[in-house]
Design a protein around this ligand. Structure first.
Ligand code: TXA
Ligand code: MG
Length: 337
């Protein structure tokens, strides 16, 4: 059932569902989450089951504000404090040492906890209502089946989990890709997942070089499993291929004017920034915005739309190699992986 996120009755119903140990489709500014009380291991177990997600893949815990951090985190390094001050509420998740015995299931048994304070007004309203009742946080992975494309509208969430799930409608997500994840447990910031907040921005605030996950993996202690960092993830049903504009044009020219049609329906979708000279009218064509933030905002909705048309192939123009495209490039590489 989808309820309007901007009504107090909906917020009350959602908070009630969470207090009763149930699940909730929750809008955030990044993507929609599938939420449960982070301190209720049984409720959290339902999330893993509904998503088909392995129980040792930790979930992010969403909090109303920085006051809830001490409930979950054992210590907060100074550089993490600085990041919280500047980027919360917003699309930044921090991995911190976990207080023993707290949010065990949400953390997937890891000695650390991922914390994020979302800025979306509907998420804020639910979290504040719950904090009032001493519910400290909501464990919420993206509200999609494991390995699939993250949802950026309430209808996407309903398509994943059906009408039984209570979903708050908060409109289309403004960021569109999942939060940047910074591991703060290793003495300096380590980037686990790129997102709207770039390593350069993090570096400017805390004055520390941000290390890459790849560099970390060559060190003694590898990072815990992070689903969003698996090679194949965010995958639509169609096969995704990344190509340069030149390669795209060449492939289309080779296929000719009947390209991309099967039984009168398009079998190829094209998502690119560069205008192409020949595009068969049978190809489903979507223009990628030239602005990285706008491209991120639409990305998952476009992939889902291609799937809805039943295309077999999605050909996508490789994003530029610049930092502001890191998040989009990362998701596309995994969608193609
Ligand atoms: O924007 C987002 O982050 C969205 C919205 C709903 O907040 N959530 C999201 O959750 O993307 P999920 O579960 O799909 O991805 C969370 C990522 C996973 O890759 C998970 O493994 C990682 O965060 N993660 C969570 N806790 C962690 C921890 N303690 N250590 C390392 N990675 C962690
Ligand atoms: Mg996810």
């Amino acid at each position: 059932m989808i309820l309007p996120g901007d009504s107090p009755e909906s917020i009350a119903a959602a908070a009630e569902r969470i207090r009763g140990g149930g699940l909730l489709g929750l809008p955030t500014e990044t993507v929609y989450g599938l939420a449960a009380n982070a301190d209720n291991d049984r409720a959290v177990a339902h999330i893993f089951k509904a998503k088909g997600r392995p129980a040792d893949h930790p979930l992010i815990v969403h909090v109303a504000n920085a006051s809830a951090v001490a409930h979950y985190a054992l210590v907060v390094p100074e550089f993490a404090e600085q990041l919280i001050k500047v980027f919360w509420p917003g699309p930044l998740t921090l991995i911190l040492p976990r207080r023993p015995g707290v949010a065990n299931a949400a953390a997937g048994g890891n000695p650390t906890i991922g914390l994020r304070c979302p800025s979306h007004p509907v998420a804020q309203a639910v979290l504040k209502a719950l904090l009032h009742d001493a519910v400290w946080g909501l464990a919420a992975p993206s509200a999609n089946q494991f390995g699939r494309v993250s949802p950026t509208t309430a209808a996407h969430v309903q398509g994943e989990f059906g009408d039984e799930l209570l979903i708050l409608d908060g409109g289309a997500c403004s960021v569109g890709i999942e939060s940047t994840i910074i591991d703060c447990t290793r003495g300096r910031p380590v980037l686990l997942r790129p997102g709207a907040i770039t390593p350069e921005q993090v570096q400017v605030i805390c004055g520390l070089q941000v290390q890459s996950k790849e560099a970390l993996e060559t060190m003694a202690s590898p990072a815990p499993k992070a689903s969003g960092t698996l090679d194949s993830h965010y995958a639509p049903h169609a096969t995704v291929r990344l190509m340069t504009a030149k390669e795209l044009q060449k492939a289309l020219t080779l296929l000719g004017s009947d390209a991309g049609q099967s039984d009168g329906r398009p079998s190829i979708a094209l998502y690119c920034r560069t205008p192409l000279a020949t595009v068969s009218r049978h190809v489903l064509y979507r223009r990628m915005p030239a602005d990285a933030a706008r491209a991120a905002q639409q990305l998952f909705a476009v992939l889902r739309e291609c799937d809805a048309h039943g295309v077999k192939l999605i050909w996508i123009e490789t994003p530029p190699e610049t930092p502001e495209w890191d998040g989009v490039r990362d998701r596309l590489q995994r969608a193609a992986g």
